[in-house]
Ligand binder design. Structure first.
Ligand SMILES: C[S@@+](CC[C@H](N)C(=O)[O-])C[C@H]1O[C@@H](n2cnc3c(N)ncnc32)[C@H](O)[C@@H]1O
Length: 276
């Protein structure tokens, strides 16, 4: 691939990416396009970014758009990422919901990447119900979505390398919630059965997903423009039941983007609740 991207091509590519998935490429990020798309261009037998742009505009081949989005998104994730949201779930949110008389809840993991986030939520729900003997809170249903079909495939497979398991998972949890499958480790059925996966672009309507009690929207809004952040957060508020909870990534905030939530400072850390 020619590493020369003209200013016009760069602008056109930025526009395509922002409109297709919300990701804003800042100034001077031409190298990101080169490094992330070289392989795709080679596989498609294309030589330049101009050729790619024109193929995307013609929508031919049809899979190309998705492949470009796939290549340009960051899929970085880990087990119990940032720890605090899962402690908040176990120590504050689940007990509070139970006190309110709820016996089950629907949770949306809205940019689930390769599955670590929804399976971590499922492990947390499992640990909570086992630890609290008197708990009648016995059913958490987790809907995990992502824009990337390849990430969703990996997430559904629920099978991980040792090195991936090492990122955030304790030896005890590995023994309890995974079973060996050759060189790899498979999430046990008890954890898998709570989680269902589907493709969802955060820029599109959420109506078909139904209502949730808790939404995880972590480490994805950072890539979007302020307008997109506001729009997504306000639409997520509508997808929550009254008083429903929202978790953002450690470096993300609601301040300045949505008035639909109030901040909750629990002993474990910060999360948000939909205003009624
Ligand atoms: C950095 S990962 C975050 C994974 C997980 N939430 C976490 O915090 O570990 C970001 C994910 O957002 C997804 N993504 C990017 N743009 C999206 C969009 N417009 N709609 C849905 N998912 C998107 C990517 O495919 C990627 O899997």
């Amino acid at each position: 691939m020619s590493s020369n991207i003209s200013p016009q091509e760069y602008d056109q590519f930025k526009l395509f990416l922002e409109q297709a998935c919300g990701i804003v490429l800042g100034e001077g990020k031409q190298y990101l396009i080169t490094s992330r798309l070289t392989r795709l261009l080679r596989d498609e037998g294309m030589a330049t970014i101009a050729e790619l742009l024109s193929a995307i505009q013609r929508n031919s081949p049809r899979h190309l758009r998705d492949s470009v989005i796939d290549a340009m998104t960051t899929n970085e994730t880990s087990w119990f990422r940032d720890r605090i949201p899962f402690e908040c779930l176990e120590k504050s949110v689940f007990p509070e919901m139970e006190q309110d008389g709820k016996r089950q809840c629907r949770i949306w993991s809205s940019a689930c990447s390769s599955g670590q986030e929804p399976y971590t939520i499922s492990i947390t729900a499992s640990e909570y119900t086992k630890a609290v003997i008197t708990s009648g809170f016995n059913h958490a249903q987790i809907v995990a979505t992502d824009i990337s079909a390849s990430m969703l495939l990996e997430a559904k497979r629920a099978e991980y390398d040792e090195s991936i398991l090492g990122r955030g998972l304790s030896a005890e949890r590995k023994q309890q919630f995974f079973k060996a499958n050759g060189e790899r480790w498979q999430v046990v059925d008890d954890i898998k059965r709570r989680v269902s996966f589907r493709e969802q672009n955060l820029l599109s309507s959420y109506d078909a997903l139904g209502k949730f009690d808790i939404i995880f929207c972590r480490n994805v809004l950072i890539y979007f423009s302020p307008e997109r952040k506001s729009d997504i957060l306000n639409r997520m508020a509508k997808s929550l039941n009254p008083g429903g909870y929202l978790f953002l990534g450690a470096s993300e905030t609601i301040t300045g983007y949505s008035d639909a939530f109030k901040m909750v400072r629990s002993p474990q850390g910060v999360f948000y609740r939909r205003k009624d």
